[in-house]
Design a protein around this ligand. Structure first.
Ligand code: C2E
Ligand code: MG
Ligand code: MG
Ligand code: MG
Length: 292
């Protein structure tokens, strides 16, 4: 049992905690090595216009390849990455580069689309953020309007004014802005007035309980109304079933992202997958297609 004492080196830590710390540092070091070795990959998840079954773009999600050929999803390690300012900035620079490079490759193959990337709060508010953006844009002079930056609520909570400033600077460069995981904060709606943005993404937690929780439905309806009034695009994330997509459509949310359409896929699969979609097939057909 660890006890507080002046002469024991790690008295604040239970041995278990110390082990977790060491593990944490090991994972962080391995992550940085993987970035430097360009081992990390982006997988792409389509965003759909539900009524027309048209693909409107893709969200890029970071994946850490495993030795067995599988991939570790972001939610298993992004917390550790965000806890370290240097790591989250390195990841941000890497993802900017990779996404722009992918857009360039696709364009050369005659495939035009848009890509959304996730930006960590600490990177966005770091003094070198805009420089990182400019460096990547100079290196990959693809159409800037094809790139969207997704920012989650934790980013603006810490410094709303600074966040607004940086987002405005990004938009001045032609980039699009999305507010990710939207609706969970107590002041979400007030952010819409204060932050320049092009799209809001309704948090998955609301969608999951959409069909049987009237309170969730009320919140989603309020977000949809607010977005319409402010002329901001709104998309639901975590849409897992056709039933959810249809309910959202009825409520006036026309865009959806989630397993109902597709799981995130490697870039090599994107063009084929998109060509297999049949724009303007009737909604029940899509729902059937999505459910199977
Ligand atoms: P997010 O940006 O909100 O991304 C959506 C997450 O939900 C992704 O998890 C995606 O795989 C998952 N998802 C998509 N559709 C469904 C669905 O229908 N059902 C369910 N249950 N899940 C769905 P992932 O890839 O593990 O990413 C988790 C979070 O990690 C992301 O949440 C984002 O905040 C962060 N993240 C991912 N990639 C990056 C990155 O390149 N940079 C940074 N800074 N953060 C990233
Ligand atoms: Mg996102
Ligand atoms: Mg999200
Ligand atoms: Mg999230």
């Amino acid at each position: 049992e660890a006890k507080l004492g002046e002469d024991s080196g790690y008295c604040f830590f239970h041995p278990k905690m110390e082990e977790q710390m060491l593990n944490r540092h090991r994972v962080q070091r391995e992550f940085l090595e993987s970035i430097h070795a360009c081992h990390l990959v982006l997988h792409y998840q389509p965003q759909m216009d539900v009524a027309s079954c048209r693909v409107i773009g893709f969200e890029a999600l970071i994946r850490w390849p495993l030795a067995n050929g599988g991939h570790r999803p972001a939610n298993e390690f992004i917390g550790l990455v965000e806890a370290d300012g240097r790591l989250i900035r390195s990841l941000g620079r890497y993802v900017l580069e990779q996404a722009l490079s992918q857009l360039t490759t696709w364009r050369a193959q005659g495939f035009e689309t848009t890509v959304s990337i996730n930006i960590g709060a600490r990177h966005l508010l770091a003094p070198e953020f805009l420089e990182d953006v400019d460096t990547a844009l100079r290196k990959h002079p693809v159409s800037r309007t094809a790139l969207k930056l997704e920012i989650t609520e934790t980013a603006y909570l810490s410094d709303l004014e600074k966040t607004a400033e940086v987002l405005a600077a990004c938009r001045a460069r032609g980039l699009k802005i999305a507010l990710d995981d939207f609706g969970t904060g107590y002041a979400s709606l007030s952010y819409l007035q204060r932050l320049p943005c092009d799209q809001i993404k309704i948090d998955q937690s609301f969608i999951r309980q959409l069909l049987d929780n009237p309170q969730n439905q009320a919140i989603v309806a309020a977000l949809i109304t607010a977005a319409r009034l402010l002329d901001i695009e709104i998309i639901a994330e975590g849409v897992e079933t056709a039933e959810h997509a249809l309910r959202l459509l009825e409520m006036g949310c026309l865009l959806a992202q989630g397993y109902a359409a597709a799981r995130p896929m490697p870039p090599e699969a994107v063009i084929d997958w998109t060509r297999q979609q049949q724009p303007n097939q009737t909604l029940p057909e899509w729902a059937h297609h999505a459910a199977t």
